[in-house]
Design a protein. Structure first.
Length: 271
């Protein structure tokens, strides 16, 4: 998460912190929701065997049990909003799963972004989802979906999903101005800034769709459902693409963090 708000190592019971412009990673550590986890703490989560995937609904449970958790976009946005952080970065948000009109399998990310005033920089929604239905759900929730240097909704591994966006900005200053205006109008919820993956690492849309179709079929055959679906699909894609989807994921994460930092600095300079 890129912060224009509070110091590192700040938990919810330490809200009277001094503020500065620093990057901060969010995690659940020893029962505390931490905004500003250290590199060592993040490494312990990556290497741990008993780390929960923590969305907003899980935070109180993990806090009460003293457990550790890696936060989803929803939980990260919630933590950012509580600490007054204006901008966060991620890879891709969750959304409406394929067949979601029947299963109602819809990520909590969408509802959280719809009610928390945090700008989220991402490369669209994860390609394993139904991107068209995800955009419809974001519209219903009142979330502005804004292309960053693009008129098309990115498809995570591919630069374009073929779905056109109505709004676009082309610089950190324009993005910061939009964040400020949203706040001044008193509008609830956040803004989704969609930054395509770097051209040199992105895959072609047709290849992505072929890989995703096979992965979804595999999940259905194994009866995988709920919060286990996305990790299974991403792991399947990495194996079947000989690691190329993982390479794209890492590249877009770095680029989104870079863009979010620039937007956060522009926003902090304007308030």
């Amino acid at each position: 998460m890129t912060s224009s708000g509070c110091n590192a190592s700040v938990t919810f019971d330490q809200l009277d912190c001094n503020c500065s412009k620093v990057p901060a990673m969010v995690a659940v550590l020893r029962g505390s929701v931490v905004v500003g986890a250290s590199s060592g703490e993040i490494a312990s989560l990556a290497e741990g065997t008993d780390v929960a995937k923590a969305t907003t609904r899980d935070l109180a449970v993990l806090a009460a049990s003293g457990s550790a958790g890696a936060t989803t976009v929803a939980a990260t946005a919630f933590a950012a909003g509580r600490e007054g952080v204006a901008v966060m970065a991620t890879g891709g948000i969750g959304g409406v799963h394929r067949g979601g009109e029947r299963s109602m399998d819809i990520s909590a990310d969408l509802a959280e972004i719809g009610r928390t005033p945090v700008a989220v920089v991402c490369s669209g929604a994860k390609a394993v989802l139904d991107l068209s239905l995800t955009l419809e759900a974001l519209e219903t929730l009142g979330v502005p979906v804004v292309g960053y240097g693009t008129d098309s909704f990115p498809a995570f591994y591919a630069r374009s999903s073929g779905l056109r966006l109505e709004h676009r900005v082309d610089s950190p200053k324009e993005a910061a101005r939009l964040i400020a205006r949203q706040g001044r109008l008193g509008l609830p919820g956040g803004i989704l800034f969609c930054n395509p993956p770097p051209a040199e690492s992105a895959l072609e849309p047709a290849e992505v769709e072929s890989l995703v179709t096979a992965a979804v079929r595999g999940a259905e055959e194994k009866g995988i459902r709920g919060k286990d679906v996305t990790p299974f699909l991403l792991d399947h894609l990495a194996r079947e693409s000989a690691g190329r989807t993982l390479a794209v994921n890492l590249a877009l994460l770095e680029d989104n963090a870079r863009v979010a930092a620039r937007i956060a600095v522009a926003y902090a300079s304007s308030i």
